[in-house]
Design a protein around this ligand. Sequence first.
Ligand SMILES: *Cc1c(COP(=O)(O)O)cnc(C)c1O
Ligand code: SF4
Length: 337
Amino acid sequence: MITASPGARITSPALADWRQLWRDSVTDSRELLSLLELGHLASRLPAEDAGFALRVPRGFVARMRPGDAADPLLLQVLPQLAEQEHVPGFVTDAVGDLASRETQGVLHKYQGRALLIASGSCAINCRYCFRRHFPYGDEMAAAGQWRQALEHVRQDTSINELILSGGDPLALATGKLEELSRGLADLPHITRLRIHTRLPIVLPERIDAPFVEWLRALPLQKIVVLHANHANEFDDPVDAACARLRDAGATLLNQSVLLRGINDDAGTLAALSERLFAAGVLSYYLHQLDRVQGAAHFEVSDTQAQSLVEALRSRLPGYLVPKLVREVEGDPSKRPL
Ligand SMILES: *Cc1c(COP(=O)(O)O)cnc(C)c1O
Ligand code: SF4
């Protein structure tokens, strides 16, 4: 990671500033391939990035296997020619988010839970993500000190859980999150705060002391839903970030996306659930891919998905088997498969 030049003072090398690490991410496909000793594959890259650039923190790159063009972490981030194919049924707004937006950055589809698109930014660009088609600003619900979003929540007392999602809500500065918790102080019907984030996995340094103190002090039940798709995404810094989150009082869950060529076999999914649990995280959802334009090459059929989960059930304790779901526009919940 960061090496000290002679005379430089680094107070906490284990927790290098996450914004600096973010800025230092790899954003060039050729550089990524050459770091992985795969430079000879550069000629197979798409000529353009189709508006969704490569972005990956160096700590995540360090968990990829050099020389392996089929590395499951690499395949999640490397632009492929297959993204340019137009496949019928794969569209830009795959889950009807535009239709269900209540007010700036608020999605309220399910009973009791309001989801705030807190931020449009992420530290990583996952090729299968619906976000590739959204013209997000950097701050959505967080704009204007969360005023519009909080007003929506104030007026609907059936909401008891607030979900911060995105993009990645932990892309926001901790100061922005403090503004939110001040706004929540006079909304007694909110009893739980849930954060959907991939940052503890891809940039674990984000879980720094000020953030942990903010989380610990929240007078609500706290749930952090991580997003990891493969056991190789874990290393010591990620384990340490999970430990800090648990220590701050958060229940840790994980959601994964079922991805062809990355985690579409029972052994890989079982290893993921075991690895998550070793880090204190329970497998929550295994999502069937949202049918997003440019992501068709990642899709696994429903039949295969169901038999994978059957196989998991026969080899893991029930609490390690994720629920296989798909998001269907207009449904009152994620749809079990
Ligand atoms: C997925 C989602 C939720 C959370 O659903 P759970 O089943 O509670 O995890 C809430 N709101 C929206 C809009 C969602 O898409
Ligand atoms: S971290 Fe999540 S929101 Fe961000 S690009 Fe990846 S899948 Fe999409």
